[in-house]
Write a protein that binds this ligand. Structure first.
Ligand SMILES: Nc1ncnc2c1ncn2[C@@H]1O[C@H](COP(=O)(O)OP(=O)(O)OP(=O)(O)O)[C@@H](O)[C@H]1O
Ligand SMILES: [Mg+2]
Length: 269
């Protein structure tokens, strides 16, 4: 369903600051795949998402979504097919608009009708039902401004916004990393629930190595702009964080370096 063919991206080419962020990335995702992505600082994970979402143009290569070549499709045209969440809960929502209005905007994005007169009763009921399923009591606070919500509440609503019209692909860039551990677990559980319910093809960057093995059906490791490990099925089952770190070391002949991963309690445990 998603096919990346030979994608490369270099920042500041030909200068002292040249950075090869992506090098000949080949990746094929099957429909319903839930891929977790792990890698050191600057490995190219977010750049990969930028290229898939269309925020960045690759220097070479092609991107195909359900067989359609989207390599040159601008990001706003991809937004209907590709949902995206960032680490920062402030991104992706309008803080001065209410929860209801934010959801209405997200809902409208999925329709071909560019203009709509207010929010219908039917839509309110739909939003209410979806919000109730988050289990955060937000269904009774739909007129509240988004900016007043806590980081976790906001990330949960953002997740809902990204999936209220089922996207073809969902990109999660460490979307729980800025939350306290309990809230992070709650948002992670909601993510798994929503993804499973709608069988959404998903890519999730995480700095939590345990989570990279426990979530989804496939784990990819990146380093220096390349995919250096891609495991699923039998090969992935039963793997531990220690195994992952050893595989990295064997393959790359160096220690894994991502302070956030190695210093976090749950990351390298
Ligand atoms: N817009 C940009 N302009 C210039 N260089 C960039 C840009 N975006 C990323 N880079 C560089 O490309 C490389 C890959 O960065 P990227 O953000 O994709 O890493 P990452 O794997 O997401 O790392 P992290 O775990 O720290 O988020 C880094 O060397 C980074 O400095
Ligand atoms: Mg990143």
């Amino acid at each position: 369903m998603l096919e990346l063919k030979n994608i490369s991206k270099t920042f500041f080419p030909g200068t002292q600051n040249e950075r090869k962020a992506l090098e000949n990335i080949q990746l094929h995702l099957k429909k319903g795949d839930f891929v977790t992505i792990i890698g050191g600082n600057g490995a190219g994970k977010s750049t990969l998402f930028n290229v898939i979402a269309g925020s960045l143009q690759p220097d070479q290569g092609g991107i195909f979504l359900d067989g359609k070549n989207i390599t040159f499709l601008p990001d706003y045209k991809r937004a209907r097919r590709i949902g995206r969440l960032f680490q920062d809960p402030l991104r992706g929502t309008a803080p001065n608009m209410t929860i209801e209005e934010n959801l209405a905007l997200a809902y409208m994005r999925g329709s071909r009708h560019k203009f709509s007169i207010g929010i219908s009763k039917k839509e309110i009921a739909l939003f209410q039902e979806h919000l109730a399923r988050l289990g955060l009591g937000l269904e009774n606070r739909m007129k509240m401004k988004m900016g007043l919500l806590s980081g976790g509440q906001r990330q949960a609503v953002t997740l809902l916004m990204a999936t209220i019209v089922t996207p073809q692909l969902l990109l999660l860039d460490e979307h729980t990393a800025a939350l306290d551990p309990a809230t992070a677990n709650q948002v992670a559980a909601l993510t798994q629930q929503i993804v499973a319910e709608h069988q959404i093809t998903t890519m999730m960057i995480t700095h939590n190595m345990k989570q990279s093995l426990s979530c989804g059906n496939r784990t990819i490791m990146m380093d220096e702009g390349r995919i250096i490990l891609d495991i699923s099925g039998q090969e992935r089952a039963g793997k531990t964080v220690k195994d992952l770190l050893e595989m990295f070391q064997t393959k790359q002949k160096k220690e894994f370096d991502n302070d956030r991963i190695l210093l976090s309690d749950d990351g390298a445990a």
